[in-house]
Design a protein around this ligand. Structure first.
Ligand SMILES: *[C@@H]1O[C@H](CO)[C@@H](O)[C@H](O)[C@H]1NC(C)=O
Ligand SMILES: *[C@@H]1O[C@H](CO)[C@@H](O)[C@H](O)[C@H]1NC(C)=O
Ligand SMILES: *[C@@H]1O[C@H](CO)[C@@H](O)[C@H](O)[C@H]1NC(C)=O
Length: 447
């Protein structure tokens, strides 16, 4: 019997394991050690090309300000009490980058940049500035997104916090010096770093102590995943005087009920890509999961780890949220779901693309009717490329959906508390819009 068959036989009982897990203690994943090993093997095969996507070079941050952006974000140490629980992957200290503005208003951005999947890429990451603070500059600028100093940025006068990504854990990890190091002898502290930032703001600015305080949380890609995962945590930590708003950019990993095209060839079709990724990653990171989502998972007899990923988590986010997401997330499609390497030259079919869009748009649209969820969904095939506030790189204007830009949507959200639902309705040639992007501008050089 070949190893694929073995895997199939091992995973079959898993379906039943999940179905009957309702009675198991809520925080215990209902998997045996050998089932977890098989999930790990699959997850690594499935996700490995996600760790090294070329769009993770973060062109958005620079060390030189342009004209009119003269005030840098300054490297700032974490509070002493958090020093032991917030290290970067390699154990070096974490730092915030802060630009002080209005002390009653804070905009915080979670940087993206892939994630740690397997030993090889995690260990490599720990030697770079995406896993170590060793070479972090004293000052930075981030001028095309929510921390831009452009006069038309509605968050222009907020206190700005740039969270540089060195945990590889999509901002969900909870490793501490006492509990860690974790997997591969590395530290996964992304969630703790968010907690440290809130504490720092509360202590140094007395943030959250006066009524009419505002907090805007956003992030792109891995930072978008982190935005979803930390949104309600931020709101509950900051307390009732602070109006919290969240906006994940390209953070929907994955659309509901996604199955990678080649998964069945591996003999694994009993779990979705969403579930495989969630189980493996949240275990590796010791992920802090949304409290109401985890409780709902227990009630449904699902592993709580399912809450790591966007389609399972989003229905449980109660803080007002503006989702910016393209119809076709190119990173997911090219590097994970239809990856040629994994598929022996098979193509990502029209059916697959049209299902992918239907799942992305369908779930978000239906949720926006029943919870405080705004949408900015362009008919584009790209990852984060067009999902930022300012186009600082090209001649073309910004991506427009239903007459509105993402900047317009953020402005209405920030200034009026209004959540708009913008879902592209452009027309493709010959009805191709079910699987062919039809927005006129899908690249704003957002990084
Ligand atoms: C996927 O990753 C492998 C190495 O892990 C690499 O050889 C291959 O070129 C990658 N494929 C793509 C499409 O990036
Ligand atoms: C920021 O503050 C300046 C100076 O007080 C003011 O002119 C401007 O309108 C403010 N911008 C926003 C977006 O609030
Ligand atoms: C996912 O699939 C299950 C089973 O087919 C279905 O009950 C559920 O509604 C689907 N979820 C979404 C969000 O489409």
């Amino acid at each position: 019997m070949n190893s694929r068959m073995n895997l199939l036989l091992l995973l079959l009982p898993l379906c039943f394991g999940i179905a009957s897990s309702a009675a198991i203690a809520p925080d215990t994943p209902s998997f045996t050690a050998s089932e977890l090993d098989d999930i790990e093997t699959t997850a690594v095969l499935l996700l490995k090309n996600w760790s090294t996507h070329p769009s993770f070079d973060s062109p958005a941050i620079t060390t030189e300000g342009s004209a009119g952006s003269s005030v840098p974000l300054k490297k700032t140490a974490v509070p002493e009490a958090f020093a032991q629980s917030t290290m970067c992957l390699d154990g070096s200290p974490f730092y915030f980058y802060i630009r002080e503005g209005d002390p009653t208003k804070v905009a915080l951005f979670l940087q993206g940049g892939g994630l740690c999947i397997e030993r090889k890429d995690c260990e490599h990451r720990a030697t770079t500035s995406q896993g170590s603070s060793e070479d972090w500059e004293e000052e930075l600028y981030e001028e095309n997104n929510i921390l831009s100093q452009d006069p038309s940025n509605p968050l222009r006068n907020y206190t700005h916090v740039f969270m540089r990504y060195c945990s590889g854990d999509t901002w969900t990890g909870t490793n501490t010096l006492e509990s860690g190091p974790g997997r591969f002898s590395l530290y996964f502290s992304g969630h703790n770093q968010v907690a440290a930032a809130l504490s720092h703001l509360q202590t140094s600015l007395d943030f959250g102590s006066s009524p009419d305080s505002h907090f805007f949380l956003s992030g792109a890609s891995a930072g978008g995943i982190g935005t979803n995962n930390n949104c309600d945590f931020v709101a509950s930590t900051l307390g009732p005087l602070v109006s919290v708003k969240c906006s994940p950019q390209a953070g929907l990993f994955f659309p509901s009920n996604t199955t990678a095209l080649w998964q069945s060839r591996m003999g694994i079709s009993s779990l979705t890509t969403n579930q495989i990724a969630s189980i493996y990653l949240s275990r590796m990171f010791a992920a802090s999961l949304d409290v109401s989502c985890a409780a709902a998972a227990s009630r449904n007899g699902d592993p709580q780890s399912y809450c790591w990923e966007g389609s399972y988590l989003t229905p449980h986010i109660s803080t007002p949220t503006l989702v910016a997401q393209n119809f076709w997330d190119q990173l997911q499609i090219d590097n994970i779901l239809c990856l040629q390497d994994n598929l022996d030259r098979a193509k990502c079919t029209k059916e697959f693309l049209s299902d992918f869009k239907a799942h992305t748009v369908g779930q978000l649209t239906s949720l926006s009717a029943s919870q405080p969820l705004g949408l900015f969904l362009p008919s584009c095939f790209t990852h984060t490329g067009n999902l930022c506030l300012f186009n600082n790189g090209g001649d073309e204007g910004p991506t427009v959906v239903g007459g509105t830009t993402y900047l317009d949507s953020v402005r209405a959200f920030v200034e009026e508390g209004e959540l708009t639902s913008k879902v592209d309705e452009c027309e493709g040639e010959g009805g191709d819009e079910e699987y062919v992007p039809c927005n006129q501008v899908c690249d704003m050089h957002c990084g």
